[in-house]
Design a protein around this ligand. Structure first.
Ligand code: KPL
Length: 294
């Protein structure tokens, strides 16, 4: 399969590297990562160690069988506009936050699938990505149900050795992931701690309340997500990714914009009643973002 990975950051480089063991992969990213990958290949270090030689470039190719979108949620609209000129059979969003798939589907003339990925990755230096935790990819139709396109993308991922489930209930899974990110990301970023530090900490109630509020908003949207499930998913991910720094912690440490609008901000804006924990977390992170711009 011809796959373009749009967003060769940490996760995009790791998944792109794994896929390149089996498929023709083009990584679309930024310099100096692109030049390093072109000159020396992409080194994957950590849980698995190997070097692959995908194409790497800063511009979008003209065509691909699959576009795998891994950019930050705030870049989705720009990437969607760029991808609109590319001939594609399918597009899969493996991003944090809500609303990415609908932005892509609004402009692309192909199936747009939704996905979640629990692999841990960190771009160590240009040309080298650290594989910090094995996980799984879950993908499927963004509005739920089954399709031949989702099955064939799932088979392509599995052929590359990526543990992949093709699911018919992606809307529920996206809300579950949102509850996990709403609980973990802003709290770990503001407290400057790794995910595992949330367990039995003074902040674990904040994370649990943010997840409960998210579950309540999901239910308003017709998604069956009980509070207890949202909280237990947060606890499980805290455990499974104990040594990892959340993506928002990494963004804040690097002085970069965060995905707060697509996570706690999205929960607050979608809710029909007050969600004080999500509002507070969004307000604090947005205040940091504004200060950083000065
Ligand atoms: O997706 C994540 C993120 O950091 O964005 C979690 C699941 C919280 C793992 O760190």
């Amino acid at each position: 399969m011809d796959i373009v990975v749009v967003g060769a950051g940490s996760l995009g480089s790791l998944v792109g590297g794994l896929l390149a063991r089996e498929h023709d992969v083009t990584l679309v990213g930024r310099e100096p990562h692109v030049s390093q990958v072109t000159e020396r290949g992409l080194s994957v270090v950590g849980a698995e160690e190997f070097r692959v030689h995908p194409n790497a470039q800063t511009a979008m190719p003209e065509r691909a069988d699959l576009a795998l979108v891994t950019v930050k949620a705030y870049d989705t609209a720009t990437v969607a506009a760029d991808l609109a000129d590319c001939t594609l059979d399918a597009c899969l969003s493996l991003q944090n936050g809500m609303g990415n798939e609908s932005q892509l589907a609004a402009v692309l003339d192909c199936s747009v699938l939704a996905g979640t990925c629990s692999y841990g990755a960190r771009l160590r230096e240009p040309g080298t990505v650290a594989f910090t935790g094995r996980g799984e990819v879950v993908l499927g139709e963004r509005n739920g149900g089954q399709s031949a396109v989702a099955d064939s993308v799932g088979a392509a991922f599995r052929a590359a050795g990526i543990e992949t489930t093709v699911a018919a209930d992606m809307p529920t899974r996206l809300w579950e992931k949102l509850a996990v990110n709403a609980g973990i990301n802003a709290v770990t970023a503001l407290a400057r701690v790794e995910n595992g530090a949330l367990a039995d900490s003074p902040a674990d109630a904040i994370a649990a309340d943010a997840a409960r509020e998210t579950a309540a908003v999901a239910r308003e949207q017709g998604i069956d997500l009980p509070d207890e499930r949202a909280v237990s998913l947060v606890e499980r991910v805290v455990d499974d990714t104990a040594a990892n720094h959340s993506s928002m912690y990494q963004d804040i440490s690097a002085g970069q914009q965060t995905e707060i609008d697509a996570i706690n901000g999205y929960v607050a804006e979608t809710a029909t009643e007050r969600v004080p924990v999500n509002e507070t977390l969004a307000g604090l992170v947005r205040t940091w973002e504004r200060h950083r711009e000065r």
